[in-house]
Design a protein around this ligand. Sequence first.
Ligand code: G
Ligand code: G
Ligand code: G
Ligand code: MN
Ligand code: NA
Length: 254
Amino acid sequence: ASPRTQLQGALNAKQFEPFVQPIVNATDGRWSGVEVLMRWRLPGEGLIRPDLFIPMAEQTGLILPMTRDLMRQVAEALVPHATELPPHFHVGFNISAAHCNDPRLLDDCRDFLARFPPGSIELWLELTERQLIEPTEQTDLLFMQLDSIGVKVAIDDFGIGHASLNYLQRFKVDALKIDQSFIKRIGADTLSAHLLDTLVELATKLEIDLIAEGVETAAQRDYLRALHVRYLQGYFFGRPMPIGEFIHAHRHKR
Ligand code: G
Ligand code: G
Ligand code: G
Ligand code: MN
Ligand code: NA
């Protein structure tokens, strides 16, 4: 079967499922939200990592129905627990550049938000800096509309690509997710320390939130906390896990 037929078959068979990784508030360590990470549960093969199938999903256009289905599954699993979660709980989805030219993204976001009690959820879209979106009148309109329904935008893998200040403004960016490579180098060299300092200064001036990714040690957490990076994410706080496990862990933590 062609890759397209194979992915379409997997979608029909409901083999794509959401994992979530906690995002914590740097000041008190509480879980302020999650990033949703797609997994392919292929019978006989186990869990397949997204790097192995997302590129094909993007090339075939199936990324749109796959992301829509993922959003539906996350809403279904989280809505019954909406009142247990802290208010404005962040739920972040990775959105491919190809997806950002499509006005149906707005409907998908609206449908997602409509399922939750007002104010319980904050929907975040993560746009990677590895694939910049070409700004057009159509994307301007889409991002203005997303902003007007309260959807937040984060630039993922920030620091390794070429997003300009104009780009951040044009896509109404609310947060930058600092790429893991910068976090890994904390304590290793002074250049990366200066880069982190500069990033924090820039984000503060632009009133853009910061999320550090790939936090694996207490030393990294302490360093980022001292720099006033607001949100932290990484194996130190929790690995990507099924939503049921996340809800259980969240109850256990409270
Ligand atoms: O944990 P991890 O192996 O989940 O993710 C690998 C890569 O796949 C990351 O770059 C992540 O952004 C991407 N990814 C994970 N889930 C999705 C998704 O639902 N949509 C898109 N477009 N990318 C995703
Ligand atoms: O590209 P994006 O940032 O969307 O994807 C996040 C990727 O980083 C996923 O593959 C996720 O599983 C992985 N990840 C999350 N936390 C950590 C961490 O602390 N260390 C490492 N090495 N990878 C992480
Ligand atoms: O509860 P405490 O904050 O001391 O937990 C230590 C670390 O382990 C924190 O980073 C917290 O986020 C994480 N943690 C606590 N309980 C759980 C749990 O039940 N599951 C997972 N995955 N992580 C947890
Ligand atoms: Mn991401
Ligand atoms: Na990232």
